[in-house]
Design a protein around this ligand. Structure first.
Ligand SMILES: Cc1cc2nc3c(=O)[nH]c(=O)nc-3n(C[C@H](O)[C@H](O)[C@H](O)COP(=O)(O)OP(=O)(O)OC[C@H]3O[C@@H](n4cnc5c(N)ncnc54)[C@H](O)[C@@H]3O)c2cc1C
Length: 459
């Protein structure tokens, strides 16, 4: 029976390991750090449940939920508090609510849009005109079908510059860490491209699709996503897991793959590289220069600073209703990309009357701040959150700081074509599979689906 090596114990590698275990296929999972889960990590202390990386997933995609149910975690699944759902955009130092009924940057409720203070009259006029331009937009889509373009160019065509800057840029930077001028519309918003081809207008397309959807927009685990990692880990054979085993080199030996980690080496029939893309690229460089070249995919870095305030501390400030806010690039005086009002987004995050806030630095600031000390980052996050909330934040009962360097790969224009060429190239390297967030989706459900699918293919 095939013996498989998995390199990298984030959610991608773990999902593959879990599925191989289900299928009784022997494997070794190499993880460089002291723990499994990669970017997924939950801190639980004094009644706080603080996520250090992702805090949930998009409910529409079923694969994370399915896995949780399989692992017996159904009771722990909770929806986001959608009755409280408001997201704000920081503009000129003030928080403006994103109008209700927005699906990313596309409105389903033009009345709510007209009442919103987020957009200027000319941006609202651009929204109102978009349905009337349906035929022109459809003709454009038909004549440029095969071409990829940037998210900025796509959004600009429909709604103009202000919408692109104010809402599309921070929304997408939060998920893909990238610059909308470079992100691929084909790869990061295929659903809107399909809508453009069918309806021309995205507003009309959404109206057509709009049906009452009972699902909350996000789902998570009440006890934190760390529980998913723990449950997956418990399902794996202990002897298959090698922590603190950094793979430095991989080699092709006839039909086999040799893995070198420190002084030890072993051979396998198949190998899943589930490392961040820059590591995957360096591991592949000596095996296949062409594949490595195709992996020259940029990634941006993030810094997360989370605060848990107990009831006493939380008395000294207030937070507007909602899930948090986004900061468009170029907003003066703020290095933040986004902030989450964690206790309002999900139940069970704080002890009674407590509060949890999370600051997310990404883009240029995410890069620049990687080398700063914890103390400095905490002070910066506190000051910048306080400035937005109009108060001085007290010292918190719980504070976490996490640096996630090169964690958000950028799906740039041409990404789909690059993936097609990469897959062709991988055909000459039988037994090798690339997993992780640089290829076919960045969200947890996509990575779980992909990891499990790779294991099924082996069997
Ligand atoms: C701040 C932040 C917030 C996010 N929020 C969300 C969210 O709310 N919802 C969502 O769906 N997605 C979110 N994402 C995206 C999602 O978290 C990631 O795409 C996902 O966790 C990546 O998983 P992975 O397994 O591909 O990589 P990783 O989690 O990076 O795991 C890779 C593993 O490989 C190991 N490794 C590296 N090199 C070696 C080596 N040479 N040998 C052995 N092991 C090695 C690393 O130690 C690591 O454990 C967020 C991402 C970030 C950065």
């Amino acid at each position: 029976m095939a013996r498989v090596a998995i390199v990298g114990g984030g959610i991608a590698g773990l999902s593959a390991a879990y599925e191989l275990t289900q299928r009784k296929i022997p494997f070794i999972l190499y993880e460089a750090s002291t723990r499994l889960g990669g970017i997924i990590e939950t801190t639980r202390e004094e009644g706080f449940v603080m996520e250090c990386g992702p805090d949930g997933w998009v409910s529409e995609k079923p694969w994370a939920r399915e896995l949780c149910i399989e692992l017996g975690l159904e009771e722990d699944l909770i929806p986001s508090n959608d009755t409280e759902r408001v997201t704000y955009v920081l503009r000129d130092g003030t928080l403006h609510a994103i109008p209700s009924g927005m699906r990313m940057m596309v409105p389903t409720d033009l009345e709510a849009l007209r009442e919103s203070k987020l957009f200027s009259p000319s941006a609202i006029a651009a929204y109102e005109q978009e349905p009337q331009r349906a035929q022109e937009l459809k003709d454009y889509a038909e004549s440029h079908m095969a071409e990829d373009e940037s998210v900025a160019s796509f959004v600009r065509r429909h709604f103009g510059e202000e919408v692109t800057r104010t809402i599309a840029a921070p929304l997408l930077a939060g998920v893909f860490g990238g610059d909308v001028e470079r992100l691929s519309a084909q790869s990061v918003m295929p659903q809107f491209l399909a809508m453009e081809r069918t309806h021309g207008s995205l507003i009309l397309g959404l109206r057509e699709r709009s049906r009452p959807d009972a699902k909350a927009i996000f789902t998570t685990l009440r006890s934190g996503l760390g529980t998913l990692i723990d449950a997956m880990t418990s399902a794996l054979p202990e002897e298959s897991i090698r922590l603190q085993s950094c793979v430095d080199k991989i080699e092709r030996e006839g039909d086999f793959w040799k893995i070198c980690a420190g002084d030890a080496s072993e051979t396998f029939d198949a190998i899943f590289l589930a490392t961040p893309v820059h590591r995957t690229r360096s591991l592949l460089a000596s095996v296949d220069a062409e594949a490595a070249q195709l992996l020259a995919i940029g990634a941006s870095s993030a810094v997360i600073v989370g605060f848990g305030f107990n009831a006493e501390q939380a008395k000294s400030f207030s937070v507007p209703q909602g899930f948090g806010f986004l900061v468009p690039p170029g907003e003066e005086g703020s290095d933040l990309l986004a902030a989450t009002f964690s206790d309002q987004k999900y139940a069970g995050r704080v002890p009674e009357d407590g509060r949890a806030l999370r600051a997310f630095f990404g883009g240029n600031a995410g890069e620049r701040l990687q080398g700063e000390s914890d103390g400095w980052l905490i002070a910066l996050a506190k000051k910048q959150l306080g400035d937005v909330l109009g108060c001085e934040l007290p010292d918190a009962a719980l504070t976490i700081v996490r640096r996630w360097p090169l964690s958000l790969p950028q799906y740039e224009v041409g990404h789909a074509d690059r993936m097609r060429r990469l897959n062709e190239r991988l055909n000459v390297l039988p037994g090798l599979t690339l997993l992780g967030n640089a290829y076919r989706g960045v969200g947890l459900p996509d990575l779980i689906r992909d990891g499990r699918e790779a294991a099924r293919q082996i069997s």
